[in-house]
Design a protein around this ligand. Sequence first.
Ligand code: UDP
Ligand code: MG
Length: 327
Amino acid sequence: MAHTDIQNDTSPELSVIVPIYNEEESIKPLCDQLLSVLDELGKPFEVIFVNDGSSDRSMELLRNTAKERGELKIVNFRRNYGQTAATMAGIDHASGEVIIPIDADLQNDPSDIPKLLEKLEEGFDVVSGWRKDRQDAAIRRNFVSRLANRLISKISGVHLHDYGCTLKAYKKDVVKGIRLYGEMHRFIPIYATWMGAKVCEIPVQHHSRQFGQSKYGLERIAKVLLDLMVVKFLDRHLVKPIYVFGGIGLASFCASFLSAIWMFYLKFFDNTSMIETPLPLLVAMTFLVGLMCILLGLLAEMIVRTYFESQGRSPYLVKETVNMENE
Ligand code: UDP
Ligand code: MG
């Protein structure tokens, strides 16, 4: 078969990654749409379906379609691990220069892929889709997500309108080896920017879900916000956690010291007995909190040392070297 030949001769340029959790009705139309767009592009490609522990017929249907085209590949999870893990597995198994995750439920439109690629060719490392005309429940989804997106944009300093859109395109270098946990697949553009990548955003189409149901409820918002805190903390302070913990600890010591001064002032100059005010309690509390924070900071420093040294990681990223051996 011609298509299999292409795949054997050249390694794929594009790797499309599709996380799948109980999407049996969508698989056939999705494959048809994807293949028509990708064949049209004329570049060698692969589509990696990651079956995230579906309990319906998704896997069986995927297996059947994969028999027809060698470019359709499957990673089958033992159980449901979530969209982030599925995305990461897709990235780990991808061999293309460009990596494009897309939803399986046909809410993203494969016909937007060429637009994303054009932007990559302009020199961007990450092109993020923006569901400008989002077709989900107005208040419960769109409104809440708009607020969340604002907040993420503010906290991360990476200004996108829509982090949650799965359809994005990455150059391989910015995502290979990335470690994702929880809901963090949506923060890849943030990581990438922090690592020096050029990121842009373009509007993409969005359709309402035709089959099955959304796999998420409102609890996702809480998870996303907590993950945002983790991401922010790990980025800024991973190398020196004592600066954060120690900073809070020192502030607490200051509060303790000031409360003590005030307490003695009231006692000696105002004739107010120490136990008439809550100040002694404040002195003791803030002193203890300060002490705990500094000890936690020291503990965190030890953990960070283990993290870097046990994995041979370095705290910096090198873009390139010139005239160095072992380039
Ligand atoms: N998904 C997954 N594992 C999960 C939940 C979702 O692989 O545990 C996949 C799902 O099949 C879909 C994509 O992630 O392809 C996005 O999920 P969904 O459409 O439910 O999210 P929404 O569009 O409602 O934000
Ligand atoms: Mg969806």
